[in-house]
Ligand binder design. Structure first.
Ligand code: ADP
Ligand code: ASP
Ligand code: MG
Length: 417
C-alpha cells in the first residue's frame, strides 16, 4: 500500500498547459487534490512550443547570442504559465499565487543555459501551504549568485519540481505529462511498449541520460540523492489510484522496492548525436590526450569513442558528440591539427544512438550479443559500440532507428501481451 501523502508537488509539462482549456483542466486536478486535504505546490512548464519559439528568436538575432540574455528570454515562457495557472486556480476559489524562480528564490550557479540548482529555501513555500495557499512556481528557471535569471537546460522543469519537492519535504513529486507513465521504450515509437509500475532510480537515470526524455536526467539524479518519490502520470486521462493501493502512473523507487527484476528494463534512443572520424593519425602515445584534452577544455562532451588498431604507424579515431556541439568540436579539432597531424576528418550527423538498460546485466551475460545478433538479422550495421555496467549502446544510421528499437523490444521480450 502506498502511504497517503499529505504534501505533494504537482508538475505540469508543456502539453499539459498547451492552451487555456488545458490550463483550466489541470487546475481542476489541482483543486481535486486540495479538496482531498493535501498541501500542494504546483510547478509549470511553458506552453508547448513556446520554448522552441523563444530559442528560435535568440538564434535568429544572433547565432552567438549572449547566454545571459538567452536565459532572460527563454525563462519568460514559464512566467506566463505560472501566472495563468494561478488565475485559473483562483477562478476555482483556490487561494493561489505565482512565483518566478528568483522570487522563491531558486538559487543556481551561473552556468547560463544549463544552470544547476544550488539551494532552495523551502520555508516561504511551506508557510504559503500551511496558510492554505497554493504556490505556482515557474519551472526551468532560477537566479544566479549575481542576480541574473538562469535556466536549467531543456526539460528542466522536471528538475525544478524535484528540487522543490526536496525543499518542502513533499511526500511525493507527481510529474504530469502526455503519456501515462514510464514505458519500456518511447510508446510513440513502439505501440507495444509496456508501462512500468515501478522503475529504480538507477535505471531511470541511465535511461534518461541516453535519451528517454520523459524525465530530465538531472531530475532523476536529484531525486535519487534526496530520496524524493517521483511519479510520472498523464494529465490527459482521469485515473484514480487503483483499489489495490497502486498509484495510477509509474513510480521511481529504490532497488529493494522492485519485486521482479527484468534483465532489460528499457530501451532508449537519442537523435542528438554526431559522429566525427579522424583518419590517418600517427599512432603514438599521447594522441588521445592531444585530441580529447582540447575538446574537454572547450566544454564539449564526448560520448562514444573507438580507436582502430594501428597499421603502418597510423591509426583512426572515431567519437561522438551532440549535434549542437558538432560545429564547435570541428573548430577545436582544426585548431589542434598541427599538434595531432591527422590525415582527414569526416563527420556524419545522420546517426542515432540506441541503448538497452537493465540492472540485471550486472549478473547476466548475453544482453550485448542479443543486441548485435538482432541488429545483424535486420541488416543494420553498427558503427560504434559502448558499454557500462548496466547499459549497452550502439550507434547506427538514423534511418534504421524505428526498425532497430522495435526489433530489440521484441528480442528482449518486452512487448506487451
Ligand atoms: P513534458 O512536456 O510533459 O515534459 P516531454 O515531451 O518532455 O513531456 O516527455 C514526455 C515524452 O517522453 C513522451 O511523449 C514520450 O514520447 C517520451 N518518452 C521517451 N521515452 C519514454 C519512455 N521510456 N516512457 C515514456 N515516455 C517516453
Ligand atoms: N520549457 C522548457 C523546455 O521546453 C522546460 C521544460 O519544459 O521542462 O525545455
Ligand atoms: Mg519534459
Amino acid at each position: 500500500m502506498e502511504r497517503t501523502p499529505s504534501r505533494i508537488v504537482m508538475k505540469f509539462g508543456g502539453t499539459s498547459v498547451a492552451d487555456l482549456d488545458r490550463i483550466r483542466a489541470v487546475a481542476k486536478r489541482v483543486q481535486a487534490q486540495v479538496a482531498a486535504g493535501y498541501e500542494v505546490t504546483v510547478v509549470v512548464s511553458a506552453m508547448s512550443g513556446e520554448t522552441n519559439k523563444l530559442v528560435g528568436f535568440c538564434e535568429n538575432l544572433s547565432p552567438l547570442y549572449d547566454p545571459q540574455e538567452y536565459d532572460a528570454v527563454v525563462a519568460t515562457g514559464e512566467g506566463v504559465t505560472s501566472g495563468l495557472m494561478a488565475i485559473a486556480l483562483q477562478n476555482l476559489g483556490i487561494n493561489a499565487r505565482s512565483f518566478l524562480g528568483w522570487q522563491v528564490p531558486i538559487r543556481t550557479d551561473d552556468a547560463h543555459g544549463k544552470a544547476r540548482i544550488e539551494s532552495i529555501d523551502g520555508a516561504t513555500l511551506i508557510g504559503c501551504m500551511q496558510s492554505g495557499q497554493v504556490p505556482v512556481i515557474a519551472g526551468f528557471q532560477g537566479v544566479s549568485p549575481d542576480g541574473r535569471i538562469t535556466t536549467l537546460g531543456r526539460g528542466g522543469s522536471d528538475t525544478s519540481a524535484v528540487a522543490v519537492a526536496a525543499a518542502v519535504k513533499a511526500d511525493r513529486c507527481d510529474i504530469y505529462t502526455d503519456v501515462d507513465g514510464i514505458y519500456t521504450t518511447d510508446p510513440r515509437i513502439v505501440p507495444k511498449a509496456r508501462k512500468l509500475n515501478k522503475i529504480t532510480y538507477e535505471e531511470m537515470l541511465e535511461l534518461a541520460s541516453v535519451g528517454a526524455k520523459v524525465l530530465q536526467t538531472r531530475s532523476v539524479e536529484l531525486a535519487m540523492k534526496e530520496r524524493v518519490r517521483v511519479q510520472v502520470l498523464s494529465s490527459f486521462t482521469e485515473e484514480t489510484p487503483k483499489e489495490n493501493g497502486h498509484l495510477p502512473g509509474s513510480l521511481v523507487v529504490d532497488e529493494d522496492e522492485i519485486v521482479e527484476q527484468e534483465l532489460v528494463t528499457g530501451i532508449a534512443y537519442s537523435r542528438d548525436e554526431a559522429k566525427i572520424s579522424m583518419r590517418r593519425i600517427p599512432d603514438r602515445p599521447g594522441i588521445a590526450a592531444a585530441i580529447f584534452g582540447p575538446l574537454s577544455e572547450a566544454s564539449i562532451n564526448v560520448d562514444m569513442i573507438v580507436q582502430s588498431t594501428g597499421e603502418d604507424g597510423m591509426t583512426n579515431m572515431t567519437f561522438t558528440t551532440s549535434k549542437t556541439d558538432l560545429a564547435r568540436a570541428m573548430a577545436v579539432i582544426e585548431e589542434a591539427r598541427p599538434g595531432i597531424q591527422y590525415g582527414e576528418v569526416v563527420t556524419d550527423d545522420s546517426v542515432v544512438k540506441i541503448s538497452v538498460v537493465g540492472v540485471g546485466m550486472r549478473s547476466h551475460a548475453g544482453v550485448a550479443s542479443t543486441m548485435f545478433r538482432t541488429l545483424s538479422e535486420r541488416g543494420i550495421n553498427i558503427q560504434v559500440i559502448s558499454t557500462s555496467e548496466i547499459k549497452v549502446s550502439v550507434l547506427i544510421p538514423a534511418e534504421y532507428a524505428e526498425l532497430a528499437i522495435r526489433a530489440l523490444h521484441t528480442a528482449y521480450g518486452l512487448d506487451a501481451a
